[in-house]
Design a binder for this molecule. Structure first.
Ligand SMILES: Cc1cc2nc3c(=O)[nH]c(=O)nc-3n(C[C@H](O)[C@H](O)[C@H](O)COP(=O)(O)OP(=O)(O)OC[C@H]3O[C@@H](n4cnc5c(N)ncnc54)[C@H](O)[C@@H]3O)c2cc1C
Length: 264
């Protein structure tokens, strides 16, 4: 069946077109077009918007706004986004990164969504045509969402305060066994004063490691100091099983890789 593609210059018009049954928004198309090509008959038409703000990256006073149509390649090469470039480079190979958008990554089911893991650790805000919401709320409600994501916003971390790790079996572009992002700050005595840790593949979508976060506050980042956080890392997780790894394996290796991230 042929797919109809409708292009609109404004997000508002695209949103209105998305009300028709069977329509899906088109970001870079790496997932939605693949699904249609593979026979997903729920997709009968694609809608996209060429609104320039969707493709803009704005950095102002330590705050970043990234339009939903910005690709992973554009983030990876942006001179002021060096602190999060590693997370963008973790998405697929060069061809995928040239198409894969921020907006699409927010909807990507595990084992995908590596960049969304980074955004969750950064406490990003997700903007839609309907308003804004914290990324946690967005991720929790994304399945029923019909609103077009227009941008994400977050405070740019200092490079030393943001860590990202993707574990994969096939280098350099295999999908994730798991991914971990941590945004943390240390006080003058080197103890952890604030931390947000996000996990990929530990549920069907990115999730916070709240038990580990709680255990880390006031701790020093050494083997003894992180022990309680590693013990709590799996709390509330429900890892996926796929051809890359079983849920059991993912749960077993999570503390190992979280330890490496925190000590590295
Ligand atoms: C070979 C291959 C390797 C991959 N490797 C990785 C990887 O390592 N890591 C990873 O994270 N992902 C990976 N992916 C998945 C995917 O490429 C990325 O997650 C990408 O960011 C998805 O973005 P997209 O723009 O292509 O999404 P699309 O395919 O365009 O859309 C995906 C879904 O999101 C919705 N959507 C997209 N943009 C918006 C928006 N602005 N507002 C509302 N809804 C929207 C679409 O309607 C659709 O339901 C891979 C995919 C392939 C095919």
């Amino acid at each position: 069946m042929a797919l109809a593609l409708q292009t609109f210059s404004t997000v508002g018009d695209a949103n209105a077109a998305l009300k028709a049954t069977g329509t899906r928004y088109l970001g870079g198309g790496t997932l939605v077009v693949r699904a249609a090509n593979e026979g997903d008959i729920s997709v009968s038409g694609l809608v996209r918007s060429t609104d320039p703000s969707l493709s803009a990256i704005e950095i102002d006073n330590g705050k970043a706004r990234i339009g939903a149509s910005v690709t992973m390649a554009a983030i990876a090469r942006h001179p002021e986004l060096g602190a999060i470039a590693k997370a963008a480079r973790a998405v697929g190979g060069p061809a995928i990164r040239n198409m894969a958008t921020v907006g699409g990554n927010l909807f990507a089911p595990a084992p995908y969504g590596d960049f969304a893991v980074a955004l969750l650790a950064l406490g990003a805000t997700v903007d839609t045509d309907d308003g804004e919401m914290p990324i946690e709320d967005f991720l929790a409600g994304r399945d029923g969402s019909r609103a077009i994501v227009t941008s994400v916003r977050f405070e740019l971390p200092k490079a030393e305060n943001f860590r990202f790790l993707k574990v994969s079996r096939v280098k350099p572009k295999g999908v994730s066994v798991l991914s971990i992002a941590a945004a943390l700050e240390q006080a003058g005595d080197s103890t952890v004063s604030s931390v947000r840790i996000a996990l990929g593949c530990m549920a069907d979508r990115p999730m916070r490691a709240r038990g580990a976060e709680k255990a880390l506050i006031g701790s020093t980042l050494n083997q003894d100091g992180i022990a309680a956080a590693l013990a709590a890392a799996g709390e509330g997780t429900s890892p996926i099983t796929d051809p890359i790894a079983s849920a059991w394996y993912r749960a077993e290796v999570l503390p190992v890789h979280l330890g490496r991230l925190l000590l590295g």
